[in-house]
Design a binder for this molecule. Structure first.
Ligand SMILES: Cc1ncc(C[n+]2csc(CCOP(=O)(O)OP(=O)(O)O)c2C)c(N)n1
Ligand SMILES: [Mg+2]
Length: 552
């Protein structure tokens, strides 16, 4: 006979799972015991949210579902934000939650929440396991659903009596490949016709362009067509940002310098755009035509309604599209002349040595200490716009940012996951003083796991982004400032190292020293956010014309 929890762990092994992140409760103890006998590592976190962010980031970076585990009720509910993060961000993840026994009810309603229902709107599938014998099939299905396009989270609830149930041995269900069809010939022909007819074409790389399976084919398309490209925030890096065809990243929806190119384009080939991102440009009745190239059809939005779709496996479909247009594009470089002007104005003031430091200078200095394949993982705050706009990328998935749920608190756990997966690369979490404190307890996890990780905290003693919006909307400055712990001592209390930057020229040497010293090292730097209004509002309003004026 075999126990339910052994079948679960066997099925997870069959899926190639190497780690489970989580906080077990008593309902998970059979599973914990089965894990003790398996090769799968149980990675304890200090909050379930940290476990979910780590598992989701595992999925994002590998294309294979990351796994997290919690108890029933309170533990499971702590996964909600992580589930939404994975759902909106299209990150494959399998969540396993415990539950009281379902065959008898010796504790009445104690701790019981209808978790399966609570997670229905936050997952691609949410199911209770009701018999041990069904576990191998359900686990296989959960992994298939989580990983297939569009990827996302799945929840399996394993009640404690099912985990402990003895059953006849059940065969595991072998993994099978996910085969994604290639776009239909007719749609490729239509798209090719539009590209050949375009006078000022532009490529946009969106969130799905960063899927591990997408990146090679997309680079080939850009190189073969020589059409300039810009990226959304989550599309950064797929084609090296140092490439001479890169014209910028749309961190704002309109009227940034990059929109000078977007607004002049008559055709945008949107590769992998997912409308969960804050719009990188706004479609209107007059603007450019759009070809949507992705794994799934475009969701139709007020601001996004492509005239043509190329739906299928992105890399191979783009190869077929490039076959149709390569060597025949006379206007491919029409918008390229705008590139230099856009990029140079974006880097304006990035060498200024004011203190507290300007966001531009911080982005510039961070780039100096991160090698091309190094990874930065951003939490959510004002600095995200500056990093998205100003940080140049050379390798896919080297800027992990969340422009989908845009939740605070994911920066540190996602950086930790990147550091686990890529121990030989430099990895840095970049957090505001607000967002860092939402999951700062995971510093203990990072130290316990002996990670090499630098955590950069940008200190303004405020929820800076909201304070900025408040000012932009002409509200008085009110209610958005707070005090901070002494971050250096805070880091040290976890057994990490800590440094405070107290003049501009110290940031680069401090970060260098932190990377060279290894281990977990927190660096705190005061940031001057007066640039937010000066650049992102006043300067852009004065210098970039609204879209309609640009197209006239
Ligand atoms: C979990 C969560 N709560 C609230 C928000 C709304 N929000 C977005 S940015 C922000 C302020 C972030 O402050 P901080 O981390 O200090 O970064 P800063 O903008 O100051 O650089 C808030 C409250 C959010 N995105 N996520
Ligand atoms: Mg702040």
């Amino acid at each position: 006979m075999v126990k339910g929890s052994d079948l679960l762990v066997g099925a997870l092994e069959q899926e190639g799972v190497d780690r489970i992140f989580g906080v077990p409760g008593e309902e998970n103890l059979d599973v914990v015991e089965s894990l003790r006998h398996s090769k799968i590592e149980l990675v304890l976190t200090r909050h379930e949210q940290g476990a979910a962010f780590m598992a989701a980031t595992y999925g994002r970076l590998t294309g294979k579902p990351g796994v997290c585990m919690t108890t029933l009720g309170p533990g499971a509910l702590n996964l909600t934000t992580g589930a939404a993060y994975a759902l909106l961000g299209a990150m494959p993840m399998v969540m396993i939650t415990g539950q009281k026994g379902i065959m008898s009810s010796r504790q009445a309603g104690f701790q019981i929440v209808d978790v399966v229902s609570a997670f229905k709107p936050l997952t691609k599938m949410s199911r209770q396991i009701v018999s041990a014998a069904t576990i191998p099939t359900l686990v296989r299905d959960a992994f298939r659903i989580a990983a297939e396009e569009r990827p996302g989270p799945v929840l399996l609830e394993l009640p404690e009596d099912i985990a402990g149930e003895e059953t006849e041995p059940v065969a595991m269900v072998p993994q099978h490949p996910i085969e994604i069809p290639v776009a239909h010939r007719a749609s490729l022909d239509r798209a090719a016709e539009m590209i050949l007819a375009a006078k000022r074409p532009l490529i946009m790389l969106g969130a799905a362009a960063s899927r591990p399976r997408s990146t090679a084919g997309i680079g080939g398309f850009v190189r073969r067509t020589r059409i300039p490209f810009f990226t959304t925030q989550m599309g950064k890096g797929t084609v090296p940002g140092g490439s001479n065809l890169y014209v910028g990243t749309a961190a704002l929806s309109e009227r940034d310098y990059v929109h000078e190119a977007v607004d002049r384009a008559d055709l945008i080939i949107a590769i992998g755009h997912d409308t969960i991102e804050k719009p990188p440009f706004i479609m209107g009745p007059k603007g450019p035509q759009v070809i949507h190239v992705s794994y799934t059809p475009a969701t139709v939005e007020q601001v996004y309604f492509p005239q043509c779709e190329v739906v299928g496996d992105v890399g191979p479909s783009l190869e077929l599209l490039a076959d149709r247009v390569e060597g025949r594009l006379h206007n491919a470089g029409a918008l390229l002349s705008l590139r230099e002007g856009i990029l140079s104005r974006i880097t304006d003031r990035n060498k200024e040595d004011r203190f507290p430091m300007t966001p531009q200078r911080i982005v510039h200095d961070v780039r100096q200490v991160i090698p091309e394949d190094g990874i930065i993982a951003l939490d959510n705050g004002m600095y995200k716009i500056w990093f998205a706009r100003n940080y140049r990328t050379y390798v896919a998935n080297t800027v992990l940012l969340d422009n989908a749920l845009a939740t605070m608190g994911a920066g540190l756990p996602s950086a930790m996951m990147a550091s686990i997966l890529y121990p030989d690369r430099r990895v840095m979490a970049v957090c505001g003083d607000g967002g860092f404190m939402m999951n700062s307890q995971e510093m203990e996890t990072a130290v316990r796991l002996k990670l090499n990780l630098v955590v950069l905290i940008l200190e303004d003693s405020a929820y800076g982004m909201i304070r900025w919006k408040q000012a932009v909307d002409n509200f008085p400055d009110f209610g958005l400032t707070f005090g901070n712990p002494d971050f250096v001592k805070y880091a040290e209390s976890y057994g990490a190292k800590g440094s405070r930057v107290s003049k501009c020229g110290d940031l680069i040497p401090t970060l260098e020293g932190a990377f060279k010293g290894g281990g977990v090292h927190l660096v705190v730097v005061p940031i001057d956010y007066s640039e937010n209004k000066r650049v992102l509002v006043d300067e852009l309003r004065a210098k970039v014309k609204p879209a309609e004026a640009a197209t006239e």
